[in-house]
Design a protein around this ligand. Structure first.
Ligand SMILES: Nc1ncnc2c1ncn2[C@@H]1O[C@H](COP(=O)(O)OP(=O)(O)O)[C@@H](O)[C@H]1O
Ligand SMILES: [Mg+2]
Length: 267
């Protein structure tokens, strides 16, 4: 009797171990499949973008009625910057996924971090745009989130850089950190043209870029997609809204500017 009870116990323990092991393998397999899908999509997007750029270059070259060598050197000059930017952004994005999974999460002092980034932004002042910062909903100790400080900093910098690039000359970008009950919002407002309703989702896709000074500039179209990836890895959300003013004399409402909102779980 005692023997069969012991055997039963051993059997149950073994069954539990096998079940646990099987579940672990199953989860690990799913994680690898997800990672493979992300990588595949990334490579597909990348090659499509490189192909588009290459065709753009060929089009420009065909349209230029200048000697072969002069055209080649002009193209090289305008595109080296863009390619350089594109390649460094791509290599940054490809490290991101692994880094966010691997590295330890630590408390981030958003009060300090955002203040430092705004100070640096105002010191650079390359475009005569001023960045203003305010905090709502509590003292500095209420602005802590768990995460990767350099990556969250990268999100704030991306949003500020975009906002200042769309601001009118001498304009202001307003950054507001707001403590909600269980979350913290970082809001970046500008007085630019805002975002077209049909582009509100698209702007977060890889390589989407739509700027008035379009061409082979400084913009890879990766800033917002990287930001979204970082925010979601922190369990948060990012979205864009347009700030509106009611229309005058019964006319249509007017866009006052864009508002980007990042919402992160607070500590
Ligand atoms: N503050 C803003 N106001 C209006 N449009 C914006 C703003 N920020 C981003 N966008 C739109 O989203 C696009 C994608 O932004 P992003 O991913 O940072 O790429 P990039 O800055 O390289 O163009 C921009 O090209 C622009 O069309
Ligand atoms: Mg950008």
């Amino acid at each position: 009797m005692r023997f069969s009870l012991l055997a039963l116990l051993v059997l149950v323990t073994l069954a539990c171990l096998i079940l646990g092991w099987w579940q672990f393998i199953h989860l690990e397999r799913q994680r690898l499949i997800r990672r493979r899908d992300v990588l595949e999509k990334h490579v597909a997007d990348l090659s499509a973008e490189l192909k588009r750029k290459w065709e753009d270059l060929l089009d420009i070259k065909r349209g230029m009625d200048i000697p072969e060598s002069a055209a080649a050197s002009a193209l090289q000059e305008v595109d080296v910057k863009r390619l350089d930017r594109l390649i460094s952004d791509i290599s940054d994005a490809s490290r991101l996924d692994a880094e966010l999974q691997r590295d330890e999460v630590a408390p981030i002092d958003l009060h300090k971090l955002v203040q430092a980034l705004v100070t640096i932004g105002n010191e650079v002042k390359k475009d005569n745009v001023t960045i203003k910062l305010s905090f709502e909903g509590g003292g500095p100790e209420r602005f802590k989130v768990p995460g990767h400080d350099s990556r969250v900093g990268q999100v704030v910098t991306n949003l500020i850089d975009n906002a200042r690039s769309f601001s009118p000359p001498g304009g202001t970008v307003r950054v507001t950190c707001r403590r909600l009950r269980k979350e913290i919002e970082i809001i970046v407002d500008d007085d630019g043209p805002g975002v077209r309703p049909d582009a509100m989702e698209k702007i977060f896709e890889r390589f989407y870029t739509d700027r008035p000074e379009h061409g082979f500039g400084q913009n890879s179209g990766l800033g917002l997609s990287i930001s979204k990836q970082i925010v979601e890895a922190h369990g948060g959300r990012v979205w864009v809204e347009n700030r509106m003013a009611p229309g005058e004399h019964g006319g249509d409402p007017r866009v006052l500017g864009a508002r980007f909102v990042v919402r992160l779980p607070a500590m």
